[in-house]
Design a protein around this ligand. Structure first.
Ligand code: KG4
Ligand code: ZN
Length: 426
């Protein structure tokens, strides 16, 4: 391409001396030479120098350049320039999902494999770390293998390995981190450390080309509830987080109180569909006028007292409640949590003058939250753009890890083999 452009420039210089040459004549002349098999000689060591006068040679150069340019343009339109895609293998084991994915250029999902441990933990009503860790060890190899096979790639097509190393359960994270370090060493590929929460936000960015800044980002998961000032995928700045239970944790605990199935979020949402969100006025903890922190332990306790009495000595009323009563509690609880999440996000939006709001994490799959936040964005003056993670990428997955890994790869932010799992890190 560069050679062609050089040639075109050369012919352009010559053409300036002979401005009368018409474009079509140059092209026809060039095509004739092409037919005679002299095409490759054009512009390099033109035989026309011997057979034609100087003017013809100039025409030859120009024709060659014109044809070259046409061919180049044709190849551009028929087959887009083949710059090599950056394939990142993402690995996620921070909690109770063993996941691997291959993502090209940060947004083309080539594969996404998630082995959920829900069945193993449901009888305990929550995640048992030792069980989670053992299940990750069992699943990590088959999950990575399947992700590579589904993507149709081998190690030679992988540019880097990205792994969630914080925050999460240390004995769960260590499985993914060890696998990633091993592959990095064996395949001689760069290793990239990913913050699991920042990766959740990346899910909301999967479909977005241009992000209008400033932006506020809300992560609502089973272990965390965080608000960020989001300037780039690489460095979200923490504005506030939960001082006790996370939003997802509250959903799980309330589902447990209501004897709904685990995980609690989806079952509360399902039950709430038939309930009245105004049936019971559960408390909304705002933690002061300016606070951007969250607290959900109060509402969980309020549901508990509602079902078992203030002193917890009363009978467990849940067993004798009918479906509608359960639905009303679920809907009222969900409405209170959504209310707090949306009001805090609105507060942060005003504080930093945000134009865009990002939403990610397991609880972001909740339709009431998505819809209420969308309404808040639509009714704002001026309206805000809401970017929400696609539902299949709200709960833990490795697509978000590989996608964020791409941005770190571009920024050359690599880890080394001393990488450790860390329980904390917002
Ligand atoms: O992000 P995630 O998969 O794991 C963590 O990083 O913690 O989030 C899991 C949490 C669980 O607490 C689950 O109950 C909640 O997300 N969740 C939901 C919904 N789907 C999952 N919460 C409310 N509504 C949902 N539809
Ligand atoms: Zn998560």
């Amino acid at each position: 391409m560069i050679a062609l452009l050089k040639c075109f420039y050369k012919s352009y210089q010559i053409n300036k001396i002979h401005p009368k040459n018409s474009f079509s004549r140059k092209v026809i002349f060039g095509l004739n030479k092409f037919k005679k098999g002299n095409f490759l000689n054009f512009g390099v060591s033109p035989r026309s120098v011997q057979r034609h006068n100087k003017k013809h040679t100039f025409r030859g150069y120009t024709a060659y350049a014109a044809i070259s340019l046409l061919l180049a343009l044709l190849s551009l339109t028929s087959a887009p320039m083949q710059t090599k895609a950056i394939n990142i293998l993402g690995i996620e084991t921070s909690c109770d999902e063993t996941a691997a994915a291959v993502v090209a250029d940060g947004r083309i999902v080539k594969s996404s494999i998630v082995a959920s441990q829900t069945k193993l933990h449901e009888k305990y009503g929550g995640i048992v770390p030792e069980i989670a860790s053992r299940a990750h060890i069992e699943k990590i190899y088959p999950v990575i293998t399947e992700a590579m096979e589904q993507a149709g790639v081998n190690k030679d097509n992988i540019d880097a390995i990205a792994v969630a190393n914080q925050p999460g359960l240390t004995i769960a994270l260590i499985v993914g981190v060890t696998a990633a370090k091993t592959l990095s060493l064996a395949w001689d590929k760069p290793l990239i450390a990913i913050n699991h929460l920042h990766a959740h936000l990346q899910s909301a960015m999967l479909a977005k080309e241009n992000l209008k800044l400033p932006a506020v980002a809300l992560v609502v998961s089973g272990g965390h509830t965080c608000l960020y000032d989001y300037h780039s995928p690489l460095e979200p700045k923490l504005l506030g987080s939960t001082i006790d239970d996370a939003a997802g944790e509250a959903f799980d605990k309330v589902a447990n109180i209501l004897k709904l199935s685990y995980p609690g979020g989806p079952s509360i949402e399902k039950a709430a569909k038939n309930g009245n969100p105004n049936a019971i006025k559960f408390p909304r903890s705002m933690l002061g006028r300016d606070s951007l922190d969250f607290s959900f332990s109060g509402i969980k306790t309020a549901v508990l007292y509602y079902c078992r009495g203030q002193d917890m000595k009363g009978e467990d009323k849940v067993d004798s409640m009918n479906e509608q009563e359960i639905a009303d509690i679920a809907a009222s609880f969900q409405a209170a949590v959504v209310d707090v999440l949306v009001k805090k996000t609105q507060r942060a939006t005003k504080n930093i003058g945000a134009k865009t709001i990002l939403l990610g994490g397991g609880v972001a799959a909740n339709s009431a939250l998505r819809d209420t936040l969308q309404k808040m964005c639509d009714n704002a003056v001026p309206p805000k753009k809401l970017l929400v993670a696609p539902k299949q990428y709200c709960t833990d997955n490795a697509v978000m890890v590989a996608s964020l890994g791409y941005h770190k790869f571009k920024a050359k932010l690599f880890a080394d083999l001393t990488l450790e799992p860390k329980a904390t890190g917002l």
